[in-house]
Design a protein around this ligand. Structure first.
Ligand SMILES: [Cu+2]
Length: 148
């Protein structure tokens, strides 16, 4: 009898946890772009991504004011720091994915000349399966927001 009661309690607890899963959703926070020190060189973007209860995958980042945006990771090989293209960016449920100076980052090639320090630039993040998110990223002068 005691065993049956324990099982029933366990099932009730399981049912409480087993509500309909939330739709996948990602929040983009602290998005910032650093302009290149030399015109024509790529800039960099940094940001924090947070999932809800569903794991998701970052597919890419685009902007109407940037020709091409690539996702990179930073690493060292033989004592030389280098960049590695990121193609696997799955992050878990209730996960946080930080893109920050010295680590993962987005590189912005061909930034439109209208983009100036102190302004903002729209960045659209594409996820799978979460829906895309567009944010206005702060634009920083070269060297003022971490070194790329
Ligand atoms: Cu890079």
């Amino acid at each position: 009898m005691r065993v049956l009661l324990a099982t029933a309690t366990g099932l009730a607890a399981l049912a409480a946890c087993n509500r309909a899963p939330e739709e996948p959703e990602v929040r983009v926070q602290r998005a910032a772009v650093t302009l290149p020190a030399v015109a024509g060189r790529p800039g960099a973007a940094y940001f924090t991504l947070k999932t809800n209860t569903s794991p998701t995958n970052l597919i890419g980042v685009t902007s109407p004011l940037v020709q091409r945006i690539e996702l990179h990771d930073s690493g060292t090989k033989g004592g030389v720091s280098r960049m590695i293209p990121l193609d696997e960016t799955v992050f878990p449920a209730r996960g946080i994915l930080e893109f920050e100076p010295g680590g993962k980052h987005a590189m912005l090639f061909g930034i439109h000349s209208s983009v100036k320090p102190g302004g903002t630039i729209p960045l659209t993040f594409t996820f799978d399966p979460a829906p895309a998110v567009t944010v206005e990223a702060e634009v920083h002068a070269p060297g003022t927001f971490g070194a790329h």
